[in-house]
Design a protein around this ligand. Structure first.
Ligand code: C2E
Ligand code: MG
Ligand code: MG
Ligand code: MG
Length: 290
């Protein structure tokens, strides 16, 4: 039943015509409401970072990944999958990304004087729009300076989607940050575009095996083969390799057997607030990563 309205929208920089029905109108209203709420959350500091352990063979903590959480006023927690893509479609990702980076670097700086914590790496996710923004390099350097965080402990997680366009711009931005000590991890590796040419052109430090391959690594021969290939590739290129989404000891054992170095996943620890991370260290962390 055609109760169609015409809607002129800006889609990826171009003007486009869309036809839609009341259901689509509803979805659009919800999006606008979510965007407004997110803007407010940023202003009111309703965002938090959780930290998920990254461990070595002995299960010792070597770093954490900072993962953003949105605690709405009504107590509801909104998962990043629900608002990061939206923020990326608007410029909201810029202040949001700045907030995440600043908060993570403040924490990193606070750990600097503490023996058990000062060697930990802090992994921070960077979105495509944020990375490609003109001021990105300056922003990272400024945040490092303002917070006093050691650049060598900061690891930026990029996705393949960031790397496939404007390769020269990407290479020079990475080189500029790398020169100051900042590290790079390639997140969700294997899920993006298959050109491997950029791997040798870009100053990466780490490949992160996507959790989609880790999930069925014990039961799906193809996933197992891909996981092994990523480990071998990292080894050949002289990169560190970490598996994400490890939920079972068997997955860790399989990956370890094939040469994986580092692990992250619910089997070791979920993303958690800082206080819980401190408890986690007290309870689970055997060897210190000295
Ligand atoms: P990601 O960077 O690949 O992060 C890993 C995701 O897997 C996290 O979901 C984490 O909670 C989840 N995870 C970790 N271990 C396990 C496991 O053993 N099993 C399963 N099933 N899941 C596991 P989360 O926190 O919901 O984040 C989802 C995505 O949102 C992230 O994927 C990242 O792409 C994005 N994101 C999160 N925080 C930020 C941020 O501060 N900035 C940006 N730009 N993106 C972010
Ligand atoms: Mg990540
Ligand atoms: Mg990932
Ligand atoms: Mg992922």
């Amino acid at each position: 039943q055609a109760d169609l309205a015409m809607y002129r929208a800006k889609a990826s920089g171009r003007n486009a015509l869309f036809f839609f029905d009341p259901q689509m109108q509803h979805a659009l209203d919800e999006r606008v409401a979510l965007e407004d709420a997110l803007r407010g959350a940023l202003a009111r500091e309703q965002l938090q970072l959780h930290y998920q352990p990254q461990v070595d063979h002995q299960g010792a903590l070597v770093g954490v990944e900072a993962l953003v959480r949105w605690q709405r006023a009504d107590g509801q927690t909104v998962a990043p999958a629900q608002f990061i893509p939206l923020a990326e479609q608007t410029d909201l990702i810029l202040p949001l990304g700045h907030w995440v980076l600043t908060t993570a670097c403040r924490q990193l700086a606070a750990w600097a004087g503490q023996p058990r914590w000062q060697r930990l790496a802090m992994a921070v996710n960077v979105s495509a729009r944020q990375f490609h923004h003109d001021g990105f390099v300056d922003q990272v350097l400024q945040v490092l300076e303002q917070t006093g965080a050691p650049a060598e402990r900061l690891k930026l997680e990029l996705t393949e989607s960031i790397l496939i366009t404007h390769i020269d711009e990407v290479a020079s931005k990475m080189a500029a940050l790398k020169a100051r000590g900042v590290g790079f991890s390639l997140d969700d590796f294997g899920t993006g575009y298959s050109s491997l040419a950029y791997l040798k052109r870009l100053p990466l430090d780490q490949l992160k095996i996507d959790q989609g391959f880790v999930r069925n690594v014990l039961t799906d021969a193809n996933d197992a083969a891909i996981a092994r290939m990523v480990i071998a590739l990292a080894d050949t290129l002289g990169l560190q390799v970490i598996a994400e989404g490890v939920e079972q000891a068997g997955q860790r054992d399989f990956l370890a057997h094939h040469g994986c170095q580092l692990y992250q996943g619910y089997w070791f620890g979920r993303p958690m607030p800082l206080a819980a991370l401190q408890d986690w260290v007290a309870q689970h962390d055997g060897a210190a990563p000295e």
